[in-house]
Write a protein that binds this ligand. Structure first.
Ligand code: PFF
Length: 451
């Protein structure tokens, strides 16, 4: 195998992969989904799916990367030429996600700056957020800045850049999350929110809950987009793959759970128990939360810490997106990291501008009620991701056969504890569910029917 950058040890690998997994999906999306789909029941369903589906796909991807020592495109092709197209599709996903994810990263950076400079009150104004995102130039400036941070880390390489940044940011993120959750729980009226979050509400549970949990799981664990394949290719053979996957899952799920603890009780306390405040969707983080912070004692400080931690989470995820694209171009064309990094950054800047302008000057572009950014999100997450995940299962289950993955997992100590479950999941259960997810999310995105 040619000389390839590596994570220096298992901890470095786990923290970098967890850095990719823990992102806006955990902090902003998970809490409101959990609130909407039955509280404790959603949590339980999510947990079961994480240790079965999440485990299966993540193990398969990391093993594919480590076995071949290649990023997504090369990895599939190296094992079977016919699946070259699957590698290409897997890389199209981060190419679409990276630009718009960075646009949102820019919004987070803006809010952090506003809070740290004492603008907490102003940011709680009703039209503050919409005024901001509909302006033509300001969000693009923040987008550029966010992209610059990401690019600098990626240009520094795997060990010096990604690993070091993750080793610092991930523990800080955990500590900040715990501080805010504990503070939030002390607010008056918070305990009802806590009960609401943790107590199962069977009436809110339906087939849709399982699909929502599953969609969230894939997104949250950065699956089906070549990322874990790429990171796996930087993993040492001497590091235990199975326990690494368990640790990444645990990390990702724990942060999502804590994000719920951080947000739901505080929003409940603020809204006097009105749960509809939680259904604000994308507006939850940028419209509702600033109001919550403005109404709290120490709200400016808490808000500043909150947006700092969201920034860290978004940055480590953006880094993984960019690294995946960069590594593919490097593998494919033999380019140097430096040149590739700059090339990818410029490409992403060009692609991200329409997503940003979609809330202002390009607001007339809309498809089934979706803005440019929503369309990007729909195509990548609701269409491409399930397709890639489905064919990855078919590829592993029926083409190369699960044994190839099992052998790779066993490299370190000869063991693969969950091998039996892995085999059944990857061949039968996961593809079946993925197929259902694909059909239902495409249909509901196109407005054909709602489950
Ligand atoms: N997993 C990240 C999150 O939960 O926010 C988001 C993400 C990162 C999605 C990387 C996609 C991706 F390729």
């Amino acid at each position: 195998m040619k000389d390839r950058s590596n994570f220096s040890n298992k901890l470095g690998f786990v923290l970098a992969a967890a850095g990719s997994a823990v992102g806006l999906g955990n902090i902003w999306r998970f809490p409101y989904l959990a609130a909407q789909y039955g509280g404790g029941t959603f949590l339980l369903i999510y947990l079961i799916l994480a240790v079965t589906f999440g485990f299966t796909l993540m193990t398969a991807e990391i093993a594919l990367g480590r076995k071949t020592g290649l990023s997504a495109i090369g990895a599939f092709r190296a094992l079977d030429k016919r699946f070259n197209i699957l590698g290409i599709l897997a890389v199209v996903v981060p190419i679409i996600i990276f630009p718009y994810y960075s646009v949102i990263g820019g919004w987070v950076l803006k809010y952090f700056t506003v809070f740290i400079t004492g603008g907490a009150k102003a940011s709680a104004g009703d039209t503050y957020f919409t005024d901001f995102i509909s302006s033509a130039t300001e969000p693009i400036g923040w987008f550029l800045l966010f992209m610059a941070f990401t690019a600098i880390v990626v240009l520094c390489g795997v060990e010096k850049g990604i690993e070091n940044v993750s080793k610092f940011m991930m523990p800080v993120l955990v500590i900040l999350t715990i501080i805010i959750s504990v503070y939030g729980l002390t607010l008056e009226g918070a305990s009802e929110g806590l009960i609401y979050y943790l107590k199962p509400h069977m009436a809110d549970v339906s087939a849709k809950t399982i699909l929502a949990a599953m969609g969230q799981l894939f997104y949250s664990m950065s699956l089906a987009m070549g990322i874990m394949i790429t990171y796996g290719s930087y993993m040492k053979k001497t590091d235990n793959l199975e326990s690494s996957v368990r640790q990444i899952e645990l990390f990702d799920t724990a942060i999502a759970f804590l994000a719920g603890l951080m947000i739901i009780p505080a929003v409940f306390a603020f809204s006097g128990g009105d749960r509809s405040a939680l259904n604000a969707g994308p507006g939850l983080m940028f419209i509702t939360l600033p109001k919550v912070f403005a109404s709290m004692r120490f709200g400016s400080v808490i808000g500043t810490i909150f947006f700092l931690l969201v920034f860290f989470a978004a940055l480590t995820s953006a880094i993984s997106l960019m690294e995946t694209i960069v590594s593919v171009f490097m593998d494919k064309f033999g380019w140097k990291r430096r040149f590739t990094g700059i090339f990818v950054a410029v490409l992403a800047l060009i692609m991200g501008v329409p997503s940003s302008l979609g809330f202002g000057p390009l607001g007339f572009i809309s498809w089934n009620g979706m803005t440019v950014l929503d369309i990007m999100d729909f195509v990548s997450n609701s269409v491409l991701m399930p397709i890639v995940a489905f064919f990855t299962c078919i590829f592993v289950g029926f083409v190369i056969k699960p044994k190839v993955i099992a052998d790779e997992v066993k490299e370190t100590d000869g063991k693969f504890k969950a091998e039996g479950m892995f085999n059944v999941m990857i061949k039968w259960i996961a593809p079946l569910f993925l197929f259902i997810i694909l059909v239902s999310s495409v249909a509901s995105g196109l407005g054909l029917f709602k489950l």
